[in-house]
Design a protein around this ligand. Structure first.
Ligand code: HEM
Length: 287
């Protein structure tokens, strides 16, 4: 670790792992309920466990992404985080909103929209929380000495992820319209902008682990950005069919979703191949 402020990332990681463990606990509660062992039904009805299970998934991934950004951005920008105290406050408030949401689900305080059950007042708190996080990341990048492709792609992913939370907050009276835009959030996250975030994280890790030239790895990031827009956006189409749009979307969506992991695979294989090649040439040079 080069910068002291990167330490905040550990706490985001710890929160992330805690929430993952809790998600698995709720997964087991549902699993047992499916097998007929539903003794906890009064305290954890199936629909509540399901909402908690899927929403925890969203929160622990976001907390992981945030922690990763707090670790990667200072190192890439060559600058300490601009305000470490605020980063800790952001972590605590994120955890608090999560706890209130989960407890609330047990008392039917929710919106009932799969994956985005969080009630509206808490939605606004999430928006403030994410804006604080983005402010810290952007300010650190702005004040930093360097702006690398890795840090820019990662930041771009984080900004788009925040923007794409908003379609899920638009109010529709029509169920189909609501489903359509709720899937924008869920799927343009998973198949679109999260890929930019994961691409940035993977590029950082491969540069650090393999020691392969940054230029080589970062070229793959452009491929990932390109594929995100082609495969991610069109890939979302595999869900459209089920909410009543034309059958063609099933084919387009299916084919393009399947293409999504290819750029990641390419980047990792290329880095490992380059690393092995470098290792060989070092060995040859040695007596
Ligand atoms: C041992 C661990 C786990 C168990 C026992 C478990 C169990 C379950 C069960 C029983 C369901 C189905 C609920 C239903 O019938 O409606 C479910 C749904 C789901 N689980 Fe898990 N789960 C586990 C871990 C995970 C993990 C690690 C993730 C993701 C990181 C995950 C993501 C999901 C998602 C997204 C759904 C909803 C699927 C849909 O609605 O189409 N689960 N889980």
């Amino acid at each position: 670790m080069k910068y002291k402020s990167q330490q905040v990332a550990y706490w985001f990681f710890a929160l992330s792992m805690l929430l993952l463990a809790l998600q698995i606990v709720y997964g087991f509660i549902m699993g047992f309920a499916h097998m007929g062992f539903d003794g906890l039904h009064e305290i954890f009805p199936f629909n509540t466990s399901r909402a908690v299970h899927t929403n925890l998934l969203v929160v622990w991934i976001l907390s992981g992404f945030m922690g990763a950004a707090y670790y990667i951005i200072p190192e890439e920008a060559e600058n300490e985080l601009v305000n470490v105290k605020l980063a800790y406050i952001q972590l605590i408030t994120l955890a608090l909103v999560g706890v209130v949401a989960i407890v609330g689900y047990h008392f039917n305080y929710w919106e009932g929209r799969k994956f985005l059950e969080i009630p509206r007042p808490l939605d606004y708190l999430v928006v403030i929380n994410v804006l604080t996080f983005l402010g810290l990341i952007l300010a650190t990048l702005y004040k930093g000495k360097k702006r690398t492709t890795t840090s820019l792609v990662l930041t771009m992913g984080l900004v788009f992820a925040a923007l794409l939370y908003l379609p899920g907050m638009i109010w529709f009276d029509n169920q189909t319209m609501d489903s359509f835009f709720r899937w924008w959030v869920v799927h343009l996250w998973v198949e679109g902008v999260w890929e930019l975030i994961m691409g940035g994280i993977l590029a950082f890790l491969l540069i650090k682990i393999t020691g392969v030239d940054r230029e080589v790895i970062e070229k793959w990031l452009y491929v990932i950005v390109g594929l995100t827009f082609i495969s991610g956006i069109l890939g979302t189409g595999h869900h459209y069919y089920y909410i009543g749009v034309d059958k063609t979307w099933l084919i387009i969506g299916g084919i393009f979703s399947a293409m999504e992991p290819l750029a990641f695979l390419g980047m990792a294989l290329f880095a490992v191949a380059m690393y092995r090649k470098g290792e060989k040439s070092i060995r040859i040079k040695l007596p």
